[in-house]
Design a protein around this ligand. Structure first.
Ligand code: FAD
Length: 370
């Protein structure tokens, strides 16, 4: 039962952000900078954010050539170019807000693994596409030496502006900054329902102590794959992704972020371990779920990929595996919209949310003021 103080003061907020992933954290942070006197709360269902933001591989990728080929078919030249531009802007904002060192940002290059000869014509076509807003021609073909690959790897296409972060450190730095900005984060707070209430919203939250109604002038929905609870018609489908990490191995002292099969599969190193993940396309129906879990078929395929890439004699031992849940739609552009006068939403970040996440938070903070 609420006390008089809780009922009259503590449950009232100017802004309630639902979802404590990268988008929710950035929305709260950037909005709080413009409204230093406002009471802002983030409500997160998990103890840690339970979707994708603390589960991902930490690639600061913004566009590989094979993926962009696909985007060209689906959203055309200007659509593909603006996707890359928005991701790149998001990456700059992430770095500006948090600093490179605290998040262990390293511009070590993003590499597309080619199992046959890459087309040089296409590389120059994509350099032409991105040069106007990157001011650089980032793509080039490089030798496969230095990474311990077998001869099955034919060549690598490098994007010299891509790199990696330490995902745990990135979210910790963001949570820390949000907290220093005066935003209150409530974890283990599952929002069940949002209703209209006078000049704002009533947010029904399930906590370990029972359910409680918070009152907010504005609500920002940052629930990504889980958004259909509130917006049943939204073009959002869940997609589970899995990652495995090896035990430390002396062969894994190189750095870089690598992907293959149009970006569906990827690997990198961290702490002298190999991190490998993806493969959702191998069992798309099974992976269209909001439930965490490790798909045995995909796990077996990733282990077989290790042999293709590094040879069985490398003897890579897997230490640990986990999953995260992403959100996809008919196209790859995130959905950022005002739903009604007191509710905005930023969701559907797909598989490249690290770079674009800050940008979506920035757009939502702007929308809240419109
Ligand atoms: C395995 C994997 C690897 C990935 N690798 C990369 C990568 O290397 N590079 C990259 O750029 N992107 C990667 N991504 C994608 C990236 O992580 C996401 O696009 C990004 O984190 C999405 O951020 P978000 O804040 O929109 O969503 P989320 O991080 O999913 O945040 C949404 C939050 O809302 C909370 N929530 C949901 N419903 C409720 C509710 N009712 N009440 C309260 N809280 C609720 C959830 O618990 C969750 O924490 C990867 C994703 C996965 C799963």
């Amino acid at each position: 039962m609420l006390s008089y103080w809780e009922k009259t003061t503590l449950r009232h907020f100017d802004l309630v952000v639902i979802g404590g992933g990268i988008v929710g954290l950035f929305t709260a942070l950037l909005y709080s900078k413009k409204h230093t006197q406002h009471r802002i709360a983030i409500l997160e269902r998990g103890l840690f954010p339970d979707g994708a933001s603390t589960k991902n591989a930490g690639f600061t990728c913004f566009g590989s050539i094979s993926e962009l080929e696909n985007d060209l078919q689906n959203i055309g030249r200007s659509g593909a170019a603006s996707l890359v531009m928005n991701r790149y802007r998001g990456l700059q904002l992430l770095r500006e807000e948090l600093g490179d060192k605290p998040i262990q940002y390293e511009e070590v290059g993003g590499y597309e693994v080619c199992f046959d000869s890459p087309s040089l014509n296409r590389i120059e076509f994509f350099n032409d596409l991105v040069e106007p807003f990157l001011g650089q021609r980032p793509y080039s073909v490089v030798a496969r030496d230095g990474f311990g690959f077998t001869t099955k790897v034919h060549a690598l296409i490098k994007n010299k502006l891509e790199g990696t972060v330490n995902t745990g450190k990135m979210i910790a730095a963001l949570q820390d900054k949000v907290s220093r900005a005066g935003v209150i984060t409530y974890t283990q707070s599952d929002v069940l329902q949002i209703d209209d209430y006078h000049e704002g919203k009533k947010v029904l939250v399930q906590t370990l102590d029972g359910s409680i109604e918070l009152i907010a002038t504005q609500v920002a929905l940052c629930t990504n794959a889980f958004s259909r609870r509130f917006l049943p018609q939204a073009d959002i489908s869940p997609g589970r992704g899995m990652i495995m990490i090896s035990k430390p191995h002396r062969a894994f002292s190189w750095k870089g972020s690598f992907h293959y099969h149009e970006g569906y599969n990827y690997f990198r190193t961290i702490d002298n371990r190999l991190l490998i993940g993806g493969g959702r396309h191998l069992d798309e129906k099974e992976e269209a779920t909001l439930e965490h879990g490790v798909n045995k078929k995909i796990e077996a395929s990733l282990i077989s990929d290790l042999n293709t890439l590094f040879g069985a004699e490398a003897n890579i031992e897997i230490d640990h595996a986990w999953s995260g849940i992403m959100a996809f739609g008919k196209n790859k552009t995130p959905l950022v919209q005002r739903i009604d006068p007191h509710l905005v939403a930023g969701m559907r970040l797909g598989g490249m949310g690290v770079a674009i996440g800050a940008n979506v938070g920035d757009a939502l903070a702007e929308l809240l003021d419109s």
